[in-house]
Design a protein around this ligand. Sequence first.
Ligand SMILES: [Zn+2]
Length: 235
Amino acid sequence: MEHLSSYADDRLVVGCIYCHGDTDTREHVPSRILLDEPYPENLPVLPACARCNQGFSLDEEYFACLIECARTGGVDSVERPKIRRILQESPSLAARITKARTVADDGEIVFKTEDDRVRRVVLKLARGHAVYELDEQKSEAPSHVMVVPLHTLAPHAREHFEKPPTPSAWPEVGTRALQRVAISMVGTPAVLDSDWIEVQEGQYRYFAIAEDAVMVRFVVGEYLACEVIWGLDED
Ligand SMILES: [Zn+2]
């Protein structure tokens, strides 16, 4: 990945990006459990506290394993070596995911997810992207969260999801979002044609924009589509 420094980091982002407390560690956003080795260079890194960092780790383990199982059909079909290792070392997690798996009458495999855990991880990832790209530190609850398997989106919804809205104004001075605009104008391919930032092909892509609202969309494992918005007026 292109390494972009944010001039605003020290000015706007205070303390741990999740709880604003003292920082004693750094967080990769997205977390490395969602990526395979070798890791891309210059992964986004943000300040965090150890308590938040550790507090998310079990949820993230569940989240990463669930997505890989849902994507491949089950615990026995997992392809990512890292996830296979985690499931071997944690039979209780493997058993939980297996228990959540049902096969519908039409043969479709459905996983009953632990929604609170999924939501915690999705929010954490969205908060990290909002800080890294936009210098927007969002501690409040978002106004909208969508988490849905990509393939279940209807064609028009999929088209809408894949196309980032065109901002009516340029991003804030000093943010990474503005630097990405500047770089794409001089021709260095820092972003995909579609304006998605690809962290690792097939594993993780995202974008974040701020206008009246702050919107983050990301896709995990080319399987799970997530959208988080802060500041949207609900009708
Ligand atoms: Zn914290």
